[in-house]
Design a protein around this ligand. Structure first.
Ligand code: PMP
Length: 286
């Protein structure tokens, strides 16, 4: 049985409890992070800790603890659950005010709820999906307009995955004002004429930690990066496409709305970036 962390305690998963009045449960008033573990080490921990701070600050939520304490809990859970490859999920909510009320509770009396747990995924870096590539469909992006804050309001992304599944695809790319914003749980990219194209950072998309690392490695490797929005039609005419996220790393996309990209196999740029990302982020893992 897994050991999980809840508000200062390490507990067996079936003994961990959160109140039914918790604002995370009642209002989706909470933020989260997912950090990958490879070879027992945390990938890009600092980036996730920084983004967590930003999400909390944008929602006027208090930081529940220091980054050092957070790192300690991540490491402790990885050790206790003997995670070699997998991930650590972290959620911070505005806590339990003891009743249901739209107004935020006083942060001096109501402390945030902090929950962390691990998921084991042996051999995660050698995903067979990376060798065949993913199929995506496009769907309208009807989420709220602060997608740069990593909140636990994941109902629409969840519905998007179901729409993809119903269409025989693996994921959905969301589209707003004719342009792709991002995947349901990842950032979206196309490659045309050797150029890597991905939407610029704004409140319209999550500022992916993997995105930042991959773009930095790409630039170091003299690849050309263009940060701008692209249409679904442009994506269908691209040489290749891919997505990035903490748990999928770099994953090639080979089909968009039933249109095959290139020869239908993972592209060279996506494959190279996946190798580069895994290699470099493992070197920097803590
Ligand atoms: N966009 C969305 C909507 C996401 O949910 C995620 C993953 N949480 C990402 C992008 C990728 O971010 P990261 O690389 O930090 O995992």
């Amino acid at each position: 049985m897994r050991t999980v962390y809840v508000n200062g305690e390490y507990l067996p998963e079936d003994e961990a409890k959160v109140s039914i009045f918790d604002r995370g449960f009642v209002f989706a008033d909470g933020v989260y992070e997912v950090t990958s573990v490879l070879d027992g080490k945390l990938i890009a921990f600092d980036g996730h800790a920084e983004r967590l701070k930003r999400s909390l600050s944008e929602l006027d939520m208090q930081e529940p603890m220091t980054t050092e304490d957070l790192l300690e809990i991540h490491r402790e859970l990885v050790a206790r659950n003997e995670i070699t490859d997998g991930l650590v999920y972290l959620q911070v909510t505005r806590g339990n005010p003891g009743d249901r009320d739209f107004a935020f509770p006083d942060p001096n009396t109501v402390k945030p709820t902090v929950v962390l747990f691990t998921q084991s995924k042996p051999g995660m870096a050698e995903s067979p999906a990376a060798k065949v590539g993913m199929k995506v469909i496009s769907i309208p992006d009807i989420r709220w307009h602060r997608r740069d804050i990593k909140t636990v309001q994941l109902l629409y992304p969840s519905m998007g995955k179901m729409m993809a599944k119903a269409a025989g695809a693996d994921d959905a790319w969301m589209v707003e004002d004719g342009k792709v914003t991002e995947g349901t749980s990842n950032n979206a990219y196309i490659v045309k004429g050797g150029k890597i194209i991905t939407r610029e950072l704004s409140e319209d998309i999550l500022h992916g930690i993997t995105r930042a690392a991959v773009l930095a490695y790409a630039k170091e490797a003299q690849m050309v990066v263009e940060e701008r929005a692209f249409t679904v039609d442009e994506a269908k005419g691209a040489d290749e496409a891919f997505i990035t996220s903490a748990s999928a790393f770099v994953m090639p996309v080979v089909e968009i709305d039933g249109v095959t990209l290139g020869d239908g196999k993972p592209g060279r740029v996506a494959t190279r970036l996946r190798e580069l990302y895994l290699e470099e982020s493992l070197k920097a893992a803590v």
